[in-house]
Design a protein around this ligand. Sequence first.
Ligand code: CA
Length: 75
Amino acid sequence: MENAIQDLVKVFLKSTKGKESLGKNQFQNLVKNQLSNVLSDTESKEAVNNMAQGLDANQDGKVGFEEKKIEEATS
Ligand SMILES: [Ca+2]
């Protein structure tokens, strides 16, 4: 489940060429829209928020290209 979300975020960030990062709401909408068929608890804001926080390595409230996990996954 976490991998699916990481892939999704990766693809999104690649498509914006790193110019955008995902805030809480954007992250939530992205996951909801794209993974509703994969995730059973997409409606659970808390679960999705926890995942966003897990990816937000520098804790600025957004998931962007600067996160180490994303960086490693896209390099
Ligand atoms: Ca961040």
